[in-house]
Each structure stands twice: as structure tokens, then as C-alpha cells.
Design a protein around this ligand. Structure first.
Ligand SMILES: Nc1nc2c(ncn2[C@@H]2O[C@H](COP(=O)(O)OP(=O)(O)OP(=O)(O)O)[C@@H](O)[C@H]2O)c(=O)[nH]1
Ligand SMILES: [Mg+2]
Length: 396
């Protein structure tokens, strides 16, 4: 915010938009940009998929008239997602962007939204998203039932799959929107812009950019977007887009490091549970003598097996689940293992036993149900919390 001039680059991907790009460039340069505060250095970057209709030629002509207007030509149509990532890179490396807009050049994104979005960036937001789902925003009146249905239901599914049960599930109202502005410093400059890492080079890129930018901790805000009907040119959304986009949101959530960690934690815990139950039987068979006290024997067998499962949990979580924050020094291993062991006894035995006692007092003898409630409602969440916050705390 200290630099006197702030550069905002409007990245516009195009494929066969000869019918509108010319008007769009004129409109932005003569109507939108002059209305802005002088501190904004506004640039346009058209990323053209080598359109056969001559979109690129039109932009080249325009760039002679407006020095802030640039063209990046791709060798061929490579998907809107790939086009945007190329545009982000170019905007940062060649156009010294401080802010980057994702903007459609077919007049579906109203240029009138730009000043408000810049104002929000000025207030300190890192990511401003145009939403059709909040007050003041809307989908085109001309959209048929099918497109509307996919937009509404698809958007909800995407929100659920990517964000549930976290706060962004409620906060991100329009995950399929294409109109956004991202702060470069700390955000766009930390994104992976290698488009070969995109799950989809086509329309699914939206989810990945959204998810990754929010993951970087961007302070974000939604502004209303009145998404207009396309009046020029043809839609490039392919029929397979819905299935592909669904696949992308599932991949994003599945391969997210949080999910991966949680799954591994679950597997390690499940294996620990098996070790505990099977181990107790084995110990019982080994230790049993004709004059054994069965009560004491059961208790001892369970304690020994439980301890082995605690040790296995610690080892596998350290080597696998939390491999990124692996504990290696001997002294750390000792002290962390002691904490782990103690907390396992508390979260796995003491707390559940107390709760089961209380539940039985109030609701009668339903041991199995209470055990399930205790394991899923207490032991698992408490262990997850303790492991992340105390044992394998992320190194800052
Ligand atoms: N460079 C490049 N641009 C693309 C590609 N696919 C789409 N675009 C552009 O991206 C913008 C958005 O695509 P559209 O087909 O308009 O999608 P939409 O706006 O969500 O949907 P419609 O309402 O059907 O227009 C358009 O301006 C396209 O020209 C591509 O493969 N490469
Ligand atoms: Mg469009």
C-alpha cells in the first residue's frame, strides 16, 4: 500500500470473441478506467487461445492505440484455466501487477463491478469475489431451467464437498463464479501457477484457484455480481463440464493435505483398535494358567494390548500421518511419547469411562451405543486435537 501507483491487471481469456473484445477494450479504457482514482495503474491482458476468428489481430490493433493493453497468444486453445494461469504469470512477471482480475471479455461480467472490487482491495481485502447468490447479484434472466439447475445445485455441491464443515461452506456463496480479484503479494505470488498441476484446464480451474487462495489465508469478501446474458459469440462451456467440475471438487478435497492427514489418522487409529482387541486375546492365551483370576487376567491383557496399540499409534502417526512434522531427536521422541501416552490414557480410557458411567446413570444400560458415542464423539476428536496442537505441532 506504500507504492504510490498500484497496478491492477485485468486478465481476459478469449477464444473466438471477435464480436466483443474490441468493444470491451474500448469500454474499459474509455469508460471504466478514467472513472477510477489516479493511483490505479490499470492494464488489460488478453490471453487468446489463437482464435481462428481473428480476436488476436483485433487486440494487437487495440494495443497500438492503448499502451496499457497487452496480448498473450497461446499456441492453441488450451482451456480457460490454463489461459488464466498463463495470464497470472505474465501479469506478475511482465506487467508488475499488484492485483489481478479474472474477467470475461464477453460482457457477462459488468465492467461496473471493477471500481467496487478495487475499493475492497484498498480496504485491505486480499481476494474479492463476484457472487450471483448474495443480495444485489443475479444469474441471467435468459438462462433455461437446466443451466440454472446446474448452477444452483452444482454450486451447493461444490461448496459442500470443498468446505463442509468449515466456515467457508457458509461464507463462499458462489464457488462457480469467474469474476475475482486477487492480491499478488502473499497470494497470487504464492500460488502454484503450473497449469499442468490443474485437475482441469477447463472450467474446473475456478475451484482450484478458489480453494488454494483461501488456503493461503486470504481475507476475502463477496460483492454482488449481476451476470449478464451472453449477447455476442458462442458459449465455450462443453457438455461434459458438469461431470468434470464435480470430479475436480472431489479431487481438491481428497488430495488436500488436511483430508489426507485425517484419513491416515483414521487408518492408524483403526489399526490400533484391532491391535488392542486382538492383542488382548493373545495375551490372555499366553498368560492364562489353570488357577488364573479371570477378572485380573482380562484387565491385565487389555492393559498390555492397549499399551502396544498406543506405541503403534505413535510410531505410525509419526512416520506416516504427520510425516511432514516428523519428530526425530531422541529427547523429543521421549518427551512427546510420554505426552502422547498420557493423553491416550485420558482420551481413550478416563474420559470415555466417565462419560459412559454418566450416560448409563441417565439413560440405562446401553454399553455398545455409549461406546460408539464415546469413541466417535470424544476419543477421535480429542486425539485429533491433541496430536495437531501438542504432539505434531506445525513448525512455523
Ligand atoms: N484462451 C482461452 N479462452 C477461453 C477458453 N475457453 C473459454 N475461454 C474464454 O473464457 C470466457 C468464459 O467462457 P464462456 O464460454 O463465456 O463461459 P461462461 O461465461 O461461463 O458461460 P456463457 O454464459 O455460456 O458465456 C470467454 O470469454 C471465452 O472466450 C480457452 O480454452 N482458451
Ligand atoms: Mg461467457
Amino acid at each position: 500500500m506504500n507504492k504510490l501507483k498500484q497496478t491492477a491487471v485485468i486478465v481476459i481469456p478469449t477464444y473466438n470473441e471477435a464480436g466483443s473484445i474490441d468493444t470491451m477494450i474500448d469500454y474499459l479504457n474509455t469508460k471504466t478506467f478514467p472513472s477510477l482514482d489516479k493511483k490505479w495503474d490499470m492494464k488489460i491482458l488478453v490471453v487468446d487461445g489463437n482464435s481462428p476468428d481473428g480476436t488476436g489481430k483485433i487486440v494487437t490493433e487495440k494495443s497500438k492505440k492503448y499502451s496499457n493493453t497487452h496480448l498473450l497468444t497461446e499456441t492453441s486453445k488450451d482451456g480457460i484455466g490454463a489461459a488464466y494461469l498463463k495470464g497470472f504469470k505474465y501479469a506478475m512477471e511482465k506487467l508488475s501487477a499488484d492485483f489481478i482480475f479474472e474477467f470475461d471479455g464477453d460482457f457477462q461480467h459488468p465492467p461496473e463491478a471493477i471500481p467496487g472490487m478495487l475499493a475492497a482491495m484498498d480496504e485491505g481485502y486480499d481476494y474479492v469475489i463476484g457472487s450471483r447468490k448474495i443480495k444485489g447479484g443475479s444469474n441471467p434472466k435468459g438462462w433455461g431451467f437446466k443451466r440454472l439447475f446446474f448452477s444452483e445445485v452444482g454450486g451447493l455441491v461444490a461448496r459442500f464437498v470443498m468446505f463442509f464443515p468449515f466456515k467457508n461452506f457458509l461464507k463462499v456463496t458462489d464457488p462457480t463464479t469467474g469474476l475475482k480479484v486477487t492480491r499478488v503479494k502473499g497470494f497470487a505470488d504464492r500460488l502454484d501457477l503450473d497449469y499442468s498441476h490443474l485437475y482441469s484446464r477447463s472450467f474446473g480451474y475456478k475451484f482450484q484457484l478458489l480453494f488454494n487462495t483461501l488456503k493461503l489465508g486470504a481475507k476475502f469478501k463477496e460483492v454482488p455480481l449481476v451476470f449478464n446474458v451472453r449477447t455476442f459469440g458462442e458459449s465455450k462451456i462443453e457438455k461434459q463440464a458438469t461431470v468434470e467440475m464435480l470430479m475436480v471438487v472431489f479431487k481438491i478435497r481428497w488430495f488436500d493435505d488436511f483430508t489426507q492427514k485425517f484419513l491416515k489418522f483414521g487408518i492408524v487409529g483403526g489399526v490400533g483398535f484391532v491391535i488392542n482387541t486382538v492383542g488382548a486375546r493373545i495375551f490372555k492365551n499366553i498368560l492364562i494358567t489353570p488357577d488364573s483370576n479371570i477378572s485380573l487376567l482380562n484387565g491385565l491383557s487389555n492393559a498390555l494390548a492397549a499399551e502396544i496399540s498406543i506405541i503403534s499409534n505413535f510410531i505410525f502417526n509419526n512416520l506416516w500421518t504427520f510425516a511432514q512434522d516428523k519428530i526425530t531427536s531422541v529427547s523429543q521422541l521421549l518427551s512427546k511419547f510420554l505426552t502422547f501416552n498420557l493423553s491416550s490414557v485420558i482420551t481413550g480410557i478416563v474420559i470415555p469411562s466417565i462419560v459412559i458411567t454418566i450416560l448409563t446413570t441417565f439413560f440405562g444400560d446401553h454399553l455398545f451405543i455409549f461406546q460408539i458415542i464415546a469413541i466417535f464423539g470424544l476419543t477421535i476428536p480429542l486425539n485429533w486435537f491433541v496430536y495437531n496442537k501438542f504432539i505434531w505441532k506445525k513448525q512455523k
